[in-house]
Design a protein around this ligand. Sequence first.
Ligand SMILES: Cc1cc2nc3c(=O)[nH]c(=O)nc-3n(C[C@H](O)[C@H](O)[C@H](O)COP(=O)(O)O)c2cc1C
Length: 263
Amino acid sequence: MSSILTPGTRYNVGMDGSEQAPSEQAHYEHPYPSPELAAAHPFVEYAVERLPESEMLERARAFRVEAERRRSVRLFSPDPVPRELLEEAVLAASSGPSGAHKQPWTFVATRDPAVKAAIRAAAEEEERVNYLENRMNAEWQEALAPLGTDHHKEFLEVAPWIVVLFEQRYERRPDGTTRKNYYVKESTGIAAGLFITALHRMGLATLTHTPSPMAFLRTLLGRPDNERPFVMFPVGYPLDGVRVPDLVRKSLDQVFVEVDRPS
Ligand SMILES: Cc1cc2nc3c(=O)[nH]c(=O)nc-3n(C[C@H](O)[C@H](O)[C@H](O)COP(=O)(O)O)c2cc1C
């Protein structure tokens, strides 16, 4: 029987540096994979290095601080960004979990000035209707007021890259047959989060942009009919001196609850 977590070195040192009792391996009545499953489908060992809790906390805090520094920007520098950096971010995004491992996403990137200009023009037209012709209701406009967003989207031409993340509503196989995808939005949303985080880690900036409705992106980028635009990401360096809204993020107790008894 193989287990998901290979028993490895166990550090028995608590956060306060005290010695702790060795942890016990759980005993499972229903091993995974079962012998039948392992005979039918390949499985591999997966091990995670156990770190001392003090180091876990150090890493967790360092990552949290870095994550908290990320901001969406709406003014980009025109400086070029090598395609290889985008590829790394897309691969990181594509490592995300997905329903039935369908990876139902496509990242479509362009740095072509004519394509970017066409995207800007179409996005500005949709946003003009949203902002100036009240397709966005008063409550929505009120929520957006502190951000000061409007229908001007110059950054879509200035940023060196536009990456449009498409969700694949279903899978179209090379032989023309189709297969269902599962939890498409959840999966694509997770990939989007990884993409944003990967860009941030390498010192790039982006904006999660949704000039709704976004159907024009499928036509402009020549994508097949199983794909639907999910989010658009202008990607580049932030413009020197860029300013962002001074937002306050929710505190831990507003976003985290522990339940300690059945309700
Ligand atoms: C799903 C989604 C859609 C968004 N759409 C837009 C958009 O169309 N235009 C825009 O300027 N910002 C958009 N944003 C960015 C948010 O306004 C921004 O993330 C939020 O104000 C928090 O700021 P921060 O990203 O700097 O932390 C969107 C964000 C998300 C997650």
